[in-house]
Ligand binder design. Structure first.
Ligand code: NCD
Length: 311
């Protein structure tokens, strides 16, 4: 069995095609495990994982926890609400204390960009980034790529449109790095105020015309309009946004062919995407959620238990 070793997963920037491929290939094996009547393997027996969530999360937190349990790891959960964080303890103190309890892997979500990198330099445990501010969300991009490999059969040359609030999106950033490394073509579409200038240096195209972009793409990954992060004046109004950039059934019909529809969730129905499309025949939104567990199993396995085979 081939083995790629890595100590942390902090982002997809700079991660090689070889490593991404190894993670996706391992995830395929775990998808098979998830189909079994008893979907559990002993790969991480004796390994302790702490999930540190300093920002609200439902899907990602549950997905990591399930992945850990399906690998037979011991799991502890920490969320900043109702903890000593509210008494002024720093992330580093919290992480050091948790590490002193012999934790092997820390999964962290934090509103500050670079929080996982900061920890990785200061503690001995392996660190997995579950979303840091508007920076990166590597396991989301990996699960998106796994879904696409399954759905379309390839990433090389695939035409992927990322639609919406790019500015605030760690999902967009990780997808851009990962997809470009894997040879996909990426176009970003959204209002000019929500697409940061520097993205063009990452080898992506930018357009503000959704109909044109839909005529080009094979896949559209719709991003949530991050209402909690909007500053004044970035969009004229929700209605205006929906009219120009909302993915509606009429728009999909105008494109006139099958386009794979993705969304990382949670969905603002009727804003960035209509229910007709989110629940429609081309949507793979719930498959993404299933594949997320397999991808997180693969990442945990390659970080913490890589020398053992999947039994
Ligand atoms: C994303 C996140 O938290 O970055 N969601 C997720 O992980 N499922 C995207 C979002 O919040 O819009």
């Amino acid at each position: 069995m081939r083995q790629v070793r890595f100590n942390h997963l902090l982002g997809l920037a700079g991660v090689s095609r070889e490593v991404i491929t190894e993670i996706l290939d391992s995830a395929e094996a775990f998808l098979e495990v998830l189909e079994r009547p008893i979907p559990r393997v002993p790969s991480l027996r004796g390994v302790t994982v702490a999930n540190l969530f300093f920002e609200p999360s439902t899907r990602t937190r549950i997905s990591f926890e399930l992945a850990e349990k399906r690998l037979s790891a011991d799991v502890v959960n920490f969320s900043s609400i109702g903890s000593s964080m509210s008494k002024g303890e720093t992330i580093l103190d919290t992480a050091r204390n948790i590490e002193a309890m012999k934790v092997d892997v820390v999964v962290i979500r934090h509103s500050a960009q670079g929080a996982p990198h900061f920890l990785a330099e200061r503690i001995n445990a392996a660190v997995i980034n579950a979303g840091d501010g508007t920076h990166e969300h590597p396991t989301q991009a990996l699960l998106d790529m796994l879904t696409l490999r399954h759905q379309v059969g390839r990433l090389e040359g695939l035409k992927v449109l990322i639609l919406g609030d790019i500015l605030h999106s760690r999902v967009a950033r990780s997808n851009i790095w990962g997809l470009r490394t894997m040879g996909a073509e990426v176009t970003l579409c959204g209002p000019a105020t929500l697409i940061p200038r520097e993205v063009e240096s990452l080898g992506v195209n930018v357009t503000h015309n959704l109909d044109e972009a839909l005529a080009w793409c094979e896949v559209v990954n719709v991003l949530r309009l991050q209402l909690e992060r909007q500053r004044e004046g970035l969009i004229p109004s929700l209605r205006e946004y929906q009219r120009s950039f909302g993915l509606t059934r009429e728009r999909m019909e105008r494109a006139g062919r099958e386009i794979v529809v993705m969304h990382p969730g949670p969905i603002n129905r009727g804003i960035e995407i209509d229910s007709d499309v989110a629940d429609g025949p081309y949507s793979v939104i719930l498959r993404q959620v299933t594949f997320g567990v397999a991808v997180r199993m693969a990442v945990l396995y390659l970080i913490a238990g890589g020398e053992r085979v999947i039994e």
